[in-house]
Structures are given as structure tokens and as C-alpha cells.
Design a protein around this ligand. Structure first.
Ligand code: JFZ
Length: 447
């Protein structure tokens, strides 16, 4: 009996371990094969994003005090000790999150992306992972992201957080990358500690601010070949908020677990900025172009390259015609205000969108190929042809057109516009009264 009993126990133990092994093998298989499958909510968020078309980028940090852009620490090689003084002067008493959100809304923007922590390593939010943050190191003591998140949720504007992978302040951002090498006062730390720190901060950002529409990573290019553990960072985000859209400004082909692709100061695929070693691949994910409203991301006092209403509208329209959103940046001043010139031009773009939003929101790249004179967007059976140069008396010839046109009007006008459709081309004669200095938008309805 004893023998049979122990045999039984032995068999049971064996069975158990076999079962365990199977599970382990299964687990292994799952781990090895693990491909990111976006959740339903994530797919819906991507659709929302593609329809939204226009967002506000905000670069704000303690560097705004120096009024010389967000790269000032690296450009002027400001030592850690010296830079550490900046937070003690940072007191944006005139910051009013609701004002910013309403300004964005008034501009026709649907979302805001704000720098939670830029390359200088200073966290503009309440963080337990480091005391180098706005609550602990500034006389202001308040978490500006929290106010912004509350105002965004109140006014139905989605909120994204920019998050720098590159850090010019921490010892554990080591080995160092291409930039920040001349900044004195940094020690040598441990890279895995830095990864754990980022995970902790991302957890905070995805836990303490309600729904976060996306995380906008930047700085990988500083250490192109480092092991960034993106699988873990991205999983941390998607586990906490599956709908949260992940994008990474790495200027490489999109990685499998990213949700959108961004193009910095460039229309998709143009690669005019020299950020990528080769022409950037355009993937199938939703796209976003980011651009500055003047010439800088962070506040720069001497920057007078303010873009005109016409330039801003053209940027937005061209982005949409390339199937992309436009994320337009402002760099608030250290007092918490946005420059008056920028508030004014954002309002102008908002006015334009009031009248012409139909040709932007919810559209996709149009079938009429873009050139220097025109671009097109499209939605259901309507094509919006955006003509940038006034044709006056001339006949406009749109070559190689596919589709049968039913009617044509200038957007917002009741008058039919004369056109002829030949086998291949469309010939259009736009009366001068229907032409517009900024953008003549033709609403072309297909049969
Ligand atoms: C990055 C940031 O460095 C910049 O401050 C800003 O936040 C912008 C939106 O994104 O810009 C880049 C990106 C890539 C390179 C340099 C600056 N690069 O590849 O060298």
C-alpha cells in the first residue's frame, strides 16, 4: 500500500510538473510571439486622431526664464549647479490652464501636447520618482500638468504628454549620447536605473491625470543604438491606458507597438530637415506634422519669425492634404503667458477654420496630387481642392483626374462654378469673386 501510495504521489508530482512545463512553454511561446494588438479603444482613438487634424504643441520649462529656447542648457553648456538655480526663479503666477485650453479651442484645435519633461530633465509635474520637479523645486509649487489636464477634460480637449528619453541632468543617463557632453557636473550612473525611472514616471503620467490621449516620445536619436527597452515602456503605457496613442520622434520607420507617426518640421516623406539618415518611410499609422509658430519650440525672446495667418493656414491645409495632422507649437513665457502675437494668429486660424473646417476635419489626403499651387483633401463623395495662388482670368487645368464630377462650388458660396471634364482633365474657371487670397477652397461633389 505504502509503495502504491508513494507511486501515486510520484505520478501526481510528475503530472504537475508536466503541466507546469506546458504552461511555461506556452508562456514562452506567448512571450516570443508577442505582437502588439491594439485594443478596440486604441483603434477608435486612432480614428479620432486622424479626424481631429489640428493640435497645440506646448514647449514649456524652466529654460523659458533664459528666453533662448529649450536647448539652451546644451548650447551654452550650462553646468548642473548653475542650471539648478533656474527652478528657484520659476514662478509662473499668471499661468491659467483654462485660458490656454480655450485659446486652443478657439483656434479650432482638438488636442494639446505638452512637454512633461524635456531634455533638461526637469519634470513639470508632481513626481515621486525625482525631486527635480516643479512642485518640489520651484516657488510656484503647483503641478501645471494637473491644472491643464483638468481644464482639458472640462472643455473636451484631449491631452498628450511629450516625454523626453534624452536627459542632460541625470547621472544614470549613461553612457551619454551625442548631446550634452559639455555639461559639467554629471556623474556616471546605471542605465537600467534610468529605464526604471522612466517607467515610474510614465506610470505616474498615466495614473494621475485621468485619460491621457497619447505619449509623444523624443530623444532616441541621442543614443541611436542604446537598448531603450521600448517594449517595456510601451507596455507600461498600454497596460495602464490601452487607448493611449504612442508616438516616437525617432525619425526611423515606425516600431510595431507604436500608434502614430510624426514628422518634425516636414510634410510626411519630404525629409528636408536631415534628421533621418535616409528618406523617412511613411507607414500606415495616423500621421502628425509638428511645426513652430515662429522659429523656436521653447520661448525665445529674439525670435521674430512669427508665421502669418496665410502661412499657418497653408501649413494646416498641406498637412491635411498629406493625410496628416498639424501639431502647432507655442513656447509660453516664464510668467505663464503665451505671447500676444501667437494668441492673435491662433485666433485667425480659428476664424479660417470656422468657415473652412469642413474641408479639414474628418478628411483624408485627397486624390488630386499636391503641387505648389494646390493640394486636396477628401471626405466621402466630396473632394476639397485648396488653391493657394489666385488664377484670376486663367483657366485652371487639373490633370489626370479620376472620378465623375456632379457639381462644384467655392466652399461657403451658393454659386455653381463652371467646369468641363474631359477624359483625363478638369478645366475650371473660377470667377474672381469666388477667389480667396489665402486659399480658394473648391467643394467638388462626385456623382
Ligand atoms: C526635438 C527636440 O530636440 C526639440 O527640442 C523639440 O522638442 C522637437 C519637437 O523635437 O527635435 C529634434 C529631433 C531630432 C533631432 C534633433 C532635434 N535630431 O535627430 O538630431
Amino acid at each position: 500500500m505504502k509503495r502504491i501510495g508513494s507511486l501515486l504521489i510520484c505520478m501526481l508530482v510528475m503530472q504537475q510538473s508536466i503541466a507546469q512545463e506546458t504552461i511555461e512553454v506556452r508562456n514562452d511561446t506567448i512571450v516570443q510571439d508577442s505582437i502588439y494588438i491594439p485594443s478596440e479603444s486604441n483603434l477608435a482613438a486612432r480614428q479620432w486622431f486622424e479626424d481631429a487634424k489640428f493640435g497645440l504643441f506646448i514647449h514649456w520649462g524652466v529654460y523659458s526664464i533664459l528666453a533662448d529656447g529649450e536647448w539652451v542648457m546644451q548650447r551654452k553648456n550650462i553646468a548642473i549647479d548653475a542650471y539648478n538655480k533656474l527652478p528657484s526663479f520659476f514662478n509662473p503666477t499668471q499661468y491659467n490652464a483654462e485660458e490656454w485650453v480655450l485659446m486652443a479651442k478657439n483656434a479650432g484645435m482638438q488636442y494639446i501636447t505638452i512637454t512633461s519633461r524635456h531634455h533638461d530633465g526637469f519634470s513639470m509635474f508632481d513626481s515621486k520618482a525625482t525631486d527635480y520637479n516643479i512642485v518640489q523645486k520651484t516657488p510656484y509649487k503647483k503641478d501645471i500638468l494637473k491644472d491643464l489636464a483638468d481644464a482639458c477634460h472640462k472643455h473636451d480637449i484631449k491631452l498628450f504628454f511629450y516625454y523626453s528619453l534624452l536627459d542632460w541632468h541625470r547621472d544614470d543617463y549613461f553612457p551619454r549620447g551625442k548631446t550634452g557632453k559639455g555639461i559639467a557636473g554629471r556623474g556616471q550612473g546605471n542605465w537600467s536605473n534610468y529605464i526604471a525611472f522612466m517607467k515610474a514616471q510614465l506610470t505616474e503620467l498615466l495614473t494621475n491625470y485621468g485619460e491621457v490621449a497619447g505619449i509623444w516620445f523624443d530623444g532616441k536619436w541621442d543614443r541611436k543604438t542604446a537598448n531603450w527597452h521600448f517594449d517595456e515602456l510601451y507596455k507600461t503605457i498600454h497596460d495602464l491606458q490601452p487607448q493611449c496613442l504612442i508616438g516616437n520622434n525617432h525619425h526611423e520607420a515606425v516600431m510595431p507597438d507604436e500608434d502614430f507617426q510624426m514628422f518634425e518640421k516636414d510634410l510626411p516623406g519630404k525629409s528636408t530637415q536631415g534628421f533621418a539618415s535616409k528618406k523617412e518611410d511613411i507607414g500606415d499609422l495616423p500621421k502628425e506634422v509638428c511645426e513652430t509658430i515662429n522659429g523656436s519650440w521653447g520661448f525665445k525672446l529674439k525670435d521674430n519669425k512669427h508665421k502669418s495667418k496665410k502661412q499657418l493656414v497653408h501649413l494646416l491645409v498641406k498637412s491635411a492634404a498629406h493625410g496628416s495632422n498639424l501639431l502647432l507649437n507655442v513656447g509660453p513665457m516664464p510668467n505663464g503667458k503665451i505671447q500676444a502675437e501667437h494668441i492673435a494668429s491662433l485666433a485667425e486660424v480659428g476664424e479660417w477654420l470656422q468657415a473652412n473646417g469642413k474641408s479639414i476635419y474628418g478628411t483624408r489626403a485627397g486624390r488630386i496630387a499636391p503641387n505648389k499651387d494646390w493640394v486636396s483633401t477628401e471626405k466621402e463623395n466630396t473632394i476639397y481642392l485648396h488653391i493657394f495662388t489666385k488664377p484670376y482670368e486663367e483657366m485652371l487645368i487639373i490633370p489626370s483626374f479620376e472620378g465623375r464630377i456632379k457639381s462644384m462650388k467655392a466652399l461657403g458660396s451658393e454659386n455653381e462654378i463652371d467646369f468641363q471634364q474631359t477624359k483625363k482633365n478638369i478645366l475650371i474657371k473660377i470667377p474672381e469673386a469666388e477667389q480667396n487670397d489665402i486659399d480658394t477652397v473648391l467643394e467638388i461633389t462626385l456623382l
